[in-house]
Each structure stands twice: as structure tokens, then as C-alpha cells.
Design a protein around this ligand. Structure first.
Ligand SMILES: Cc1ncc(COP(=O)(O)O)c(C=O)c1O
Length: 439
């Protein structure tokens, strides 16, 4: 079994994270429980940042906060000198509540509302990544009304397909995101931005997909973009200050995954950008990246309590836990795979193959299929690894199941950073039939 970060087996033979026994964590905070290994998040952040610094490249490493957003997480990102990518008014609000430096916030999204764009402008955030013509016009109008100028990146789709699951592909031509680089849309957007007094075009953005295990896609995307940039240099005397190559760096969910280390992604991206800038005699742009999953994914572990067991003779053993698609919808949404151990005996030999079912009223609510495990009893604690990205942030209240708490562990200390929802929380917006809604 592969243990990430500070995860290990302690003297009692129990699973430990951040210097704390997971059995004790579950006793103290209940289950399901999201546990984040803060030291590992710091290590990942530093690995990305230090590589740029070591190679003398002006850069921003923006945490793609959709992976897991909370006030404490944003404060941690701030402590580590990261920038922040937000995609909604809610994420921006959280960033402001965390007092994240506004100039390091980048606002994404394919359908930002007027209210969201106004909020971004009023708080003078670092840049807006413009996704489509509607937004380009709306943002210009808002800026003109407010007498302001917005720093923008133009998001392009370079037509590169990253090798990953279809649902999380965003760089190919048939995508809801961005301006197509090949069919002239990106050029029209560029000219519109250059002609507008309300917009200051910092540069170009692309994001080719997620859970990418090598640098081929990034290299190809950089090449395609530079070929277009060369045309734009010749035709419009435009050279970008910033090239943002997005996120998508893969992590090891299971033994089938074999990503390269963070520094290697960065080194090879820098090398390609240098080569391309040299090839077209262009000045070296700042390189921005937006890792989400690779900063927090393997730092997260979910602890569940085992409940019921159902045997389908000669077919399958179902083992049900006290959470499921309400706290981690990824397996149901796109067949995401995870590994797990029993926290009380993580190294014990597997004695059976079980499938881990959630408790939601949905046959598709399965967390792990065909997991080799020692014989588990009711009340045993199951630790599912690598749940730190798109787990809690996609959690929901299906079946009115309260969302679990999130605990940060580091150097033997645990801090609750998101409280467990209560039943009372679940009904706080409900109004009885008999009461008239007051405006
Ligand atoms: C524009 C953009 N940047 C960054 C990311 C982060 O991707 P990942 O978490 O795979 O690094 C995403 C993910 O959807 C994205 O859409």
C-alpha cells in the first residue's frame, strides 16, 4: 500500500496522518470525516513554486480553489504565497472572507454574471479570465460604467486533447470553455480586447484537461499558442506579458496512476515556453499555472465507519459505510477510483474482496468496487485515500445527509476548519406551508 505525505502506520499499528492516530481522530470528530495532511499541501505548493524560482522564471502558481475551497484552505494558500483561481461569486466571497490578497485572485468561468463581474471589479481583483464574447462585451460595459480598467486573460482552446476521462476534458475544440484558437474566434477576441479602453490584455490562458500524467499535452498546447502568437505579433504587434497554461497535473489515486513529480511538469513547461519564445524571437512571458488536484488531492483522506454487509452469493460482498456520494460524488459521476485500508490494521493481509457502498438511496452510490481488504467488522474504520480534491467541494445533501467536517492535521495537532452540518442546518432555508414568505 502506498502512503502519501505524513500518512504512516504508528506504534499501535494504526493509520496515522499528521502525527495523529486516525482512530482517535474519528472518535473525537465522528465519521465521515475529511482529514487533510497540511504538511503535504505545503510540500506540493513549494515544489511548484520553488521550481519556477530556482529557474529564475517570473510566475504565479494559482491554487484552483474549486478543488477544495474554505476559508482555512485559502489562508493556507496565502501562507504559501500562492495565487488563487476562483470560478464563482461564492468562491470569490470566500477568498475575500479569508482576506486573500485581491491582486492575486484570478476569476474564471464560462458564464460569469453581471453581479459576479461587478463584484470582481469592485474588489479590484488581479485578473479576469475572459471566456466568451458575451463576457467580453459585458465586462467592457461594466468597466466603462465604473470608469475602471480590467486586467484580463483570454482563454483559448488550442485543440489539444489530454488523455483523461471525457467529462473532464476542456482543451479540445468542442468545449464549452474558451475561444477557439483555430477558427479565428481567439483572434477576434484579441482584437476586441486590444481595441477596448476598458480592458488591459495581460495575456493568454488555456487549460487542456485534468489528471494528466505527462507533459506532452502542455508542450503541444504551448507550441500551438506560440504559432498563433507569432501571427499576432506580426499582424498586431502584440506580445503577451502572461501565458497561463492552466492546471491538470495528475496525482496517484491508485497503483494504476503514475504521474511525474510536480517539479518535472514545471521544468518541462518552462523549457518549452523558452524554446518557443526563442523560436519566434518573442520576449519570455510570465508563466502562470493553476494546479488544483495536485495541491490538495492526495493530502485528503476520508474516514468512514463500516456499517452493514450484504453478500450476493458467488457474486459480491457489499460493505456499506456511513457516507457515500453525498460526501464524494466522483465515483458515481465519472467512475473515479480510490484505494482504502482499515485504519486499525492498514497493513493486514487482504482476506476478501469487497465493494464499498455508500448509504444514499441510489444504486450508483458506490465508492470503491472490488477492494481487497482484511475481514472488516461493523464499526471498523475505513480510510479512503486521495479524496482531497473535488470531494468536499462537490459534497451535497442528497437524502438530507449532513456534510462531514473537515479537519486539518499538522505536527500532531488537529484543527476543525469546516464544521459538521447538523440536521438543523439542513432545514434552515425550509419554510412551512402555513407561513407566508416575507420579502
Ligand atoms: C481553468 C482550470 N484551471 C485549473 C483547473 C484545475 O485542474 P486540476 O485540479 O486538475 O489541477 C481546472 C479544473 O477543472 C480548470 O478548469
Amino acid at each position: 500500500m502506498y502512503f502519501h505525505g505524513t500518512t504512516k502506520v504508528n506504534d499501535k499499528g494504526h493509520l496515522e496522518i499528521g502525527g495523529l492516530d486516525t482512530i482517535e481522530l474519528a472518535e473525537k470528530f465522528g465519521t465521515p470525516l475529511y482529514v487533510y495532511d497540511v504538511a503535504l499541501i505545503r510540500e506540493r505548493a513549494r515544489s511548484f513554486k520553488n521550481t519556477f524560482e530556482k529557474l529564475g522564471i517570473t510566475a504565479q502558481v494559482a491554487y484552483a480553489s474549486k478543488a477544495f475551497s474554505s476559508i482555512a484552505m485559502f489562508q493556507l494558500a496565502k501562507e504559501e504565497g500562492l495565487s488563487l483561481d476562483v470560478v464563482s461569486g461564492g468562491e470569490l466571497y470566500t477568498a475575500l472572507a479569508a482576506q486573500f490578497p485581491v491582486e492575486k485572485i484570478h476569476f474564471h468561468g464560462n458564464n460569469k454574471s453581471r453581479e459576479e463581474l461587478e463584484m470582481a471589479m469592485e474588489h479590484q481583483i488581479g485578473c479576469i479570465v475572459v471566456d466568451n464574447f458575451y463576457e467580453l462585451e459585458l465586462l467592457s460595459t461594466i468597466c466603462a460604467e465604473k470608469g475602471m480598467q480590467a486586467n484580463i486573460l483570454i482563454r483559448v482552446t488550442p485543440g489539444i486533447e489530454a488523455h483523461t476521462h471525457d467529462y473532464i476534458l476542456t482543451g479540445q475544440e468542442d468545449s464549452k470553455f474558451g475561444f477557439d484558437l483555430q477558427n479565428g474566434q481567439a483572434e477576434t477576441a484579441l482584437r476586441t480586447a486590444l481595441d477596448s479602453h476598458s480592458l488591459h490584455l495581460l495575456g493568454i490562458h488555456c487549460h487542456i484537461g485534468s489528471q494528466i500524467f505527462d507533459t506532452t499535452g502542455f508542450v503541444l498546447a504551448a507550441r500551438k499558442i506560440f504559432e498563433k502568437l507569432n501571427e499576432w505579433k506580426n499582424n498586431f504587434s502584440y506580445e503577451p506579458q502572461v501565458l497561463n497554461l492552466g492546471g491538470g497535473f495528475g496525482i496517484r489515486y491508485t497503483s494504476e496512476d503514475d504521474p511525474i513529480p510536480a517539479f518535472q511538469y514545471v521544468e518541462e513547461i518552462i523549457e518549452e515556453v523558452k524554446t518557443q519564445a526563442g523560436r519566434f524571437l518573442m520576449k519570455m512571458p510570465e508563466i502562470w499555472i493553476e494546479p488544483g488536484r495536485s495541491l490538495v488531492g492526495d493530502a485528503g483522506t476520508t474516514l468512514y465507519k463500516v456499517g452493514s454487509r450484504k453478500e450476493v452469493p458467488n457474486v459480491r460482498q457489499y460493505l456499506a459505510v456511513d457516507g457515500g456520494m453525498s460526501d464524494n460524488i466522483r465515483p458515481a459521476l465519472y467512475q473515479a477510483k480510490y484505494e482504502a485500508v482499515l485504519a486499525s490494521r492498514p497493513l493486514a493481509k487482504a482476506e476478501e474482496t469487497v465493494s464499498i457502498a455508500g448509504k444514499c438511496c441510489e444504486s450508483g452510490d458506490m465508492l470503491i468496487w472490488d477492494l481487497p481488504l482484511p475481514k472488516a467488522e461493523t464499526s471498523d474504520l475505513l480510510a479512503v485515500f486521495c479524496t482531497g480534491a473535488y470531494g468536499y467541494s462537490m459534497a451535497n445533501n442528497y437524502n438530507r445527509i449532513p456534510r462531514p467536517p473537515v479537519v486539518f492535521v499538522e505536527n500532531g495537532e488537529a484543527r476543525v476548519v469546516v464544521k459538521r452540518e447538523t440536521f438543523a442546518d439542513l432545514i434552515r432555508f425550509d419554510l412551512p406551508l402555513t407561513e407566508k414568505v416575507k420579502n
